[in-house]
Design a protein around this ligand. Structure first.
Ligand code: PGA
Length: 261
């Protein structure tokens, strides 16, 4: 389905988030299958794989000259140190990661990560030279109570506190309403658009209109080939963060190929 033309020059960034799925072999097979399917797409394609699959998939992408960027799903805020089981930004970069998802709601909710903690990670990522995708989003309860905008503003400003206007241009924000993640309940395109427009407005107030206009804001939460192009047709929706539907090369390529004419 064709995507409506945009007034802005923002790129369309479609990211897959595999979460805790796929072994090294499964990941490599996926990349081999996906690469030929997305050669004609104008979207920029990101794939956030498990730590163990970072180096093998990044090497494969390079070898095949596949049109996608490999990234990670989390990292520690310290540069290095005695933090058993943690991983540092420079290790991700060393393994071939080009971006890292920070503040995903599963990290916030299941692993009790706060916005100030995510803020430290964002700053570390920017300092080390890996692009953060910073996730924010409200719960169903917060939406029903009419608190969506308050929550989004608080999470955004707290997660990005102290980030310079120049650094802001190096990151992506993902709006992921928590009630839509893994539930099959996608946000209505007009609700996604209104949240994205709100986020862009907050960025404009705090970092200036020009930076806000350049910021790529992705939508995430139950994105499927059937709903992707309608979401992307909204003028403030610049990309998608795709969980479940990024696990199959067929459905992920259908989302990517439907994203731009
Ligand atoms: P979902 O996950 O597409 O499976 O809802 C999205 C996400 O968690 O990024």
């Amino acid at each position: 389905m064709p995507r409506k033309s945009k007034k802005s020059s923002r790129p369309t960034v479609i990211a897959g988030n595999w979460k805790m799925y796929k072994t090294i072999d499964e990941a490599k097979t996926f990349v081999e299958s996906l690469a030929p399917l997305i050669g004609k797409s104008q979207a920029t394609v990101y794939l956030a794989v498990p730590f163990t699959a970072l180096a093998p998939t990044a090497q494969l992408v390079k070898k095949r000259e596949a049109p996608l960027l490999i990234g990670a799903q989390n990292m520690n805020d310290a540069s290095e140190g005695a933090f058993t089981g943690e991983i540092a930004a420079r290790m991700l970069i060393d393994a071939g990661a080009r971006f890292v998802i920070l503040g995903h709601s599963e990290r916030r909710q299941l692993f009790h990560e706060s916005s100030p903690f995510i803020n430290k990670k964002v700053k570390r990522a920017l300092q080390e030279g890996i692009q953060p995708i910073v996730c924010i989003g409200e719960t169903l309860h917060q939406r029903e109570e009419g608190e969506t905008e308050t929550v989004l503003k608080e999470q955004l400003l707290s997660s990005l506190e102290g980030v310079s206007a120049e650094d802001l241009s190096r990151l992506i924000v993902a709006y992921e309403p928590i009630w839509a993640i893994g539930t099959g309940k996608v946000a209505r395109p007009k609700d996604a658009e209104s949240a994205h427009a709100f986020i862009r407005g907050v960025v404009a107030e705090n970092w200036g209109k020009e930076r806000a206009e350049q910021l790529v804001i992705q939508y995430g939460g139950s994105v499927k080939p059937e709903n992707a192009s309608e979401l992307l047709a909204q003028s403030n929706v610049d990309g998608l963060l795709v969980g479940g539907a990024s696990l199959s090369a067929e459905s992920f390529s259908n989302i990517i190929n439907g994203s731009l004419t």
